[in-house]
Design a protein around this ligand. Structure first.
Ligand SMILES: [Zn+2]
Length: 302
């Protein structure tokens, strides 16, 4: 019998759980909606998902990505703004007791970053930033070959990097954060304000842009420019090998990139720029479960 791991990716609206083999390839998937559930309901759903994908197979460990600030060493969730019932919950110890296997709890974007770095578009690089352009803009940072969490576990919040000090007010209270320009939400909002088609979310804005819609093209150009300005600062600061772009807007990367590149080349230093590469994620919606399962293995020293 080959080795088995479980990875779970808890989003604000969906829970994805997968069984993975010893190479962290997905063997089986399971998902359910969790947006309507309270803390206890989310725990029940996690237990159900892990049991559903494991079946009768023996699992070595479980990794769970949670949208919020977590304390990985305690396995607890400190703050989860989009799943408020989970704030303060000792998710790791609770699950571990019920399932009888080691459980590792990690921030969801950190798990995605580890997945893309180890098995996806960041493979082979040592210093990688993974950006998720979705409801907000998330970030996970691999610094010189290891996940960088910072002393409070809050590192990597690229979405709230101040970009334009007089820009629109962000949900975090500050003005002009990257998230206000480059999230899927921001793209849809800007498209609606300019009368571009946006009923199907950010990807319908991308479709309209591809079909030649001028307003849609302008909205994506603005998002691309914001990403380029942010990337220039990050390349200069960190000497990044790579930025991997995931989330709902990753499918529009070809439309964002030319605008982002122009701003990047205008601002980044020549030497780090020569090394630097960027592109869309490869694992897509599997990145979180793959990364969570890798972190579960690492936590056991295996
Ligand atoms: Zn903000």
């Amino acid at each position: 019998m080959s080795e088995r791991w479980v990875g779970a990716d808890l989003g604000g609206s969906n829970l994805r759980v997968a069984l993975l083999d010893g190479e962290h390839r997905v063997v089986r998937r399971w998902r359910c909606a969790v947006g309507h559930l309270a803390g206890g309901g989310v725990l029940d759903a996690l237990r159900e998902g892990v049991r559903a994908v494991a079946g009768s197979e023996t699992v070595r460990g479980v990794g769970v990505g949670v949208p919020g600030l977590v304390d990985p060493l305690r396995g607890s969730v400190r703050v989860a703004p989009n799943l408020s019932g989970l704030s303060g919950v000792a998710l790791g110890p609770d699950l571990q007791r019920d399932l009888g296997v080691p459980v590792w709890v990690e921030n969801d974007v950190n798990a995605i970053a580890v997945g893309e770095w180890a098995r996806g578009a960041g493979r082979g690089a040592r210093t990688v930033l993974v950006l998720t352009l979705g409801t907000g803009v998330g970030g996970g940072l691999i610094l010189d070959g290891s996940l960088y969490r910072g002393p409070d576990g809050s590192a990597g919040e690229v979405g709230h990097m101040p970009l334009y000090p007089r820009g629109p007010r962000c949900a975090c209270g500050a003005r002009g954060c990257l998230e206000m320009y480059a999230s899927a939400t921001a793209v849809v909002r800007a498209a609606q304000a300019r009368g571009a088609p946006a009923e199907g979310g950010a990807l319908s804005v991308a479709r309209a842009a591809r079909a030649g819609n001028r307003a849609a093209r302008q909205v994506l150009a603005r998002a691309g420019r914001a990403l380029g300005v942010a990337a220039a600062g990050l390349v200069n600061l960190l000497n990044l090998d790579r930025i991997v772009v995931g989330g709902g807007l990753a499918g529009a990367w070809d439309l964002l990139e030319p605008h982002a590149r122009r701003e990047l080349e205008r601002r980044a230093f020549a030497v780090p720029l020569e090394r630097f590469r960027w592109g869309p994620w490869k694992l897509g919606d599997d990145a979180g479960v793959v990364g969570a399962s890798i972190l579960a293995r690492e936590s056991l020293g295996l």
